[in-house]
Write a new protein. Structure first.
Length: 156
């Protein structure tokens, strides 16, 4: 459910002329590398990977019909529930020091929720899983333009 909701809220700010051109495979590799970096900060490894591409929706309602898309990477990083809150606080401080803008920072008991936007417009979201044995990690790329333009077959 979180994955579907997350896809619906991600978007970009402009048309293809406003975004870097990158193939979907190259964009997925960038998201994967960013996720691996965050997993390293968490002290764990990525599991349950899912990389999806979807059209961006701009501020004025424009769609990905001109080949503008983003990538969402979804993962889990194993971490005992007792360590979630302290780990999120440590990572939050590291992100702030790196110039990331913290957009969400909450704890509810042993549940941690942390989200940020990087200076290069990636969005990163961490949240304790329901089972408590891992942190869910979502990484959203900024919008990219497809070198070939047009709609991706999966978007139709």
């Amino acid at each position: 459910m979180m994955l579907v909701t997350a896809l619906a809220v991600a978007g970009c700010d402009g048309g293809k002329d406003d975004v870097e051109t990158k193939t979907i495979d190259d964009a997925k590799a960038v998201v994967q590398a960013r996720a691996e970096s965050v997993a390293g900060q968490l002290g764990g490894v990525l599991t349950r990977p899912s990389l999806l591409d979807a059209p961006c929706t701009g501020r004025r309602g424009e769609s990905g019909g001109d080949g503008v898309y983003f990538i969402q990477g979804g993962y889990q990083v194993a971490l005992p529930a007792a360590e979630h809150v302290a780990t999120a606080a440590r990572v939050r401080d590291e992100w702030k020091a790196a110039g990331w803008t913290i957009t969400d920072n909450r704890t509810i008991g042993t549940t941690a929720i942390l989200a940020a936007t990087t200076p290069d417009e990636f969005k990163v979201h961490l949240e304790s899983t329901v089972q408590g044995s891992a942190l869910a990690l979502l990484v959203y790329s900024p919008c990219y333009g497809s070198p070939s333009g047009g709609n991706h077959a999966a978007w139709q």
